[in-house]
Design a binder for this molecule. Structure first.
Ligand SMILES: NC(=O)C1=CN([C@@H]2O[C@H](COP(=O)(O)OP(=O)(O)OC[C@H]3O[C@@H](n4cnc5c(N)ncnc54)[C@H](OP(=O)(O)O)[C@@H]3O)[C@@H](O)[C@H]2O)C=CC1
Ligand SMILES: O=C(O)[C@@H]1CCC=N1
Length: 267
């Protein structure tokens, strides 16, 4: 089984490591590294894998996953200089960071794949989109796909779409959690106990998501089925339209894509 090193023991590094362990990846072939060595050791201990410094972690890795913030990518790449195996596959999950940027800082010919996963990887329901770099072989792309498939769905797209992808599915869980928070608050406002409001909102989200997936119907059709003539749903939806909630989603997701592009410049 290939050796995988995860650089960055934060939210996504931890999420991806836990997913690989859950999928039965050989623990002896998993290494985690963080500039906070205590954090790396804690994560390693939690999953019975090994923590190591950047040089050692990179040297023997078949796959190196870069899971640091985009703003830290330059310094991480400097630390990796001279330590990557020539045949290693580098998978970057950083928002905004292009394969071009990575290839310019890594040894000539390094296989790079840019991936945008999301936090539902924690429950094996990630949406990951990947774009191969210039030197990425078919074998390396398949290797990346195999790893990513262990914790969710994977799609290959041209890199020109990756800022939009980051804005939609990368950040997407945050928008959904925000909507659910607001629905829970509304239930509490109407006098429901908070625990009941939470259960109702969460099951409604789960049921609605499952319906979209299983029926294959467009969300508009499903929304219309809920909206009885002269009824409650249409009364609520008019308020959402009046408050320009749809337009707010469009501009919010545009802002996220813009921010992804800014991050590519190291801001
Ligand atoms: N969170 C999400 O939902 C998603 C995030 N991403 C991307 O994943 C990446 C990580 O995000 P996230 O996990 O949220 O961020 P975190 O800040 O939680 O994790 C990044 C970790 O990397 C550490 N780090 C920084 N520099 C180095 C270095 N040179 N060597 C080793 N470790 C280092 C950080 O330390 P310190 O705390 O000291 O900075 C931190 O522990 C980002 O690029 C983000 O764009 C992609 C998809 C979804
Ligand atoms: O907020 C962020 O920048 C990261 C990238 C996608 C999701 N979280």
């Amino acid at each position: 089984m290939e050796s995988v090193t995860i650089m960055g023991a934060g939210v996504m590094g931890g999420t991806l490591l836990s997913a690989l362990v859950r999928a039965g990846h050989d623990r002896g072939a998993l290494v985690v590294c963080d500039r906070d060595t205590r954090r790396a050791q804690e994560l390693a201990d939690e999953h019975f894998v090994r923590a190591a410094g950047p040089a050692e972690a990179a040297t023997n890795a078949d796959v190196v996953v870069l899971a640091v913030k985009p703003q830290d990518m330059n310094s991480l790449l400097t630390e990796l200089t001279g330590h990557l195996a020539p045949a290693a596959l580098v998978i970057s999950i950083a928002a905004g960071i292009t394969t071009d940027y990575l290839e310019q800082r890594l040894p000539e010919g390094t296989s790079v794949v840019r991936v945008m996963p999301n936090t539902p990887a924690l429950v094996d329901q990630a949406m990951s989109v990947m774009s191969p770099g210039r030197h990425c072989t078919d074998e390396h792309l398949e290797q990346a796909e195999r790893l990513l498939t262990t914790f969710g769905k994977v799609v290959v797209l041209d890199e020109k779409h990756l800022d939009a992808v980051t804005a939609l599915s990368g950040s997407g869980p945050a928008y959904i959690f925000y909507v659910v928070e607001a629905m829970i608050e509304a239930g509490v406002l109407l006098g429901l106990p908070r625990s009941t409001a939470t259960e109702l909102a969460v099951q409604t989200l789960y049921g609605a998501a499952t319906m979209i997936r299983q029926t294959g119907e467009h969300p508009t059709v499903l929304r219309e089925q809920v909206s009885s003539p002269g009824g409650t749903s249409v009364a609520a939806l008019r308020e959402l339209e009046d408050h320009k909630v749809r337009a707010a989603f469009l501009t919010a997701i545009e802002a996220a894509a813009r921010r992804s592009r800014e991050l590519s410049a190291g801001n």
